[in-house]
Design a protein around this ligand. Sequence first.
Ligand SMILES: Cc1ncc(COP(=O)(O)O)c(C=O)c1O
Length: 471
Amino acid sequence: MLKMLSKMAMCKSHGQDSSYFIGWQEYEKNPYDPLQNPSGIIQMGLAENQLSFDLLESWLTRNQDVIQFRENGGSMFRDLALFQDYHGLQAFKNVLVSFMAEIRRKKVKFDPKNLVLTAGSTSANETLIFCLAEPGEALLIPTPYYPGFDRDLKWRTGAEIVPIQCYSSNNFRITESALEEAYEQAQKRNLTVKGVFITNPSNPLGTTMSRNELNILITFAMTKNIHIVSDEIYAGTVFDSPKFVSIIEALIDRKLEKSKMWNQVHIVSSLSKDLGLPGFRVGMIYSNNETLIAAATKMSSFGLISSQTQYLLSKILGDRRFIKRYVKQNKKQLIHRREMLASGLANSGIECLESNAGLFCFVDMRDLLKSNTFEAEMELWKKIIFNVGLNVSPGSSCHCSEPGWFRVCFANMSKETLDLAMRRINNFINSDRDIHRQQPLRSVTAAGSRRRRTIANWVVKLSSGDGRRDR
Ligand SMILES: Cc1ncc(COP(=O)(O)O)c(C=O)c1O
């Protein structure tokens, strides 16, 4: 039969069969709504920040001119509607670098010349990998990591991910031996290692990397002569101590501005989490490496940010007083929500990994597993999604090295919904200590029962594949 689609279009490394994405699909089929569907699934698998929308909305109400593209009595409409080159609006880049410095406590000065704009950090990450690695070359990534990286870093670039295995015994911190071990694993697989890719603050851990970890990492990269990519898209969500240290700040502290490493460290950033605007698709690459910036700028034509978006955000970010207030208030909201989740779970005897950043907690449910296996983790997840009615993300979808951890998001819903989620968990734990005899909570649609019958199939499929792909 004629092959109608390309190998890449049909390639399985997209990772869409991960429980992370399947959880979203299940949520979409039966979404919780307080009035329309009160027994539906609550989405706790989506790292969105909806906590400070009121501030942004009131800014828009006060600045009607901006929405109408009016400036100095004239209209900007035609300018914005016409063709833009891939360098982006200068005014936007200027305010973006100030914002980046602001959320890094002004410890780093960013130059707009070293910035490439992309449609979200999904696009920034892929573009960077296209620039750094040939197909078949590898990046080392600490586990657990954001499930989307399998798609963003590997799928179209053909690059490989080799996990740096981290464990709960030291709160999933990076160690020298874990780095060396991952490097050796790559060599055993005949893969050339091009860099280490970190997420700081971490998704799914919700923790910032310590100076010690950053120093270990920098020394390792210098010794092996490889790149460091630091995805810092949660930099503005750090709500508690220790303070956030950017990889560039760590280089400056070690006076490495004149070293080779200065050109081998690259940052990815975005407004998806820090400003809660994933739908606006604003991401960026920052690097001191001129050649890389030139290449990435050319590649960015495949994922530009619309001029209207750049214009609007240049005005919002340009309002420095507003942004300072936003950052402060947003942190307060995040602390409050994190506390609501952690204490709600603690009431049910469930602990969260201690965290100081992010829009989620990494939750320890190892005591609830039937056995210490990823199969048992999938069984438990199935119960949480279908019986308890919460979509959370299993640690195995984040390639966690230990079964029983789940990422649970807290910033994408109202207080009332979070409260309900905590009551559901509490009922689940208290009503029957033997979780395997729970009855399903909901009976929403006929499709629901059909789904329960088919669910067993993909749970079996996932428990044999998810989280084990790279090990
Ligand atoms: C660590 C990390 N990187 C990148 C992304 C993608 O973000 P964006 O919406 O900017 O493409 C996410 C989204 O959750 C993420 O958690």
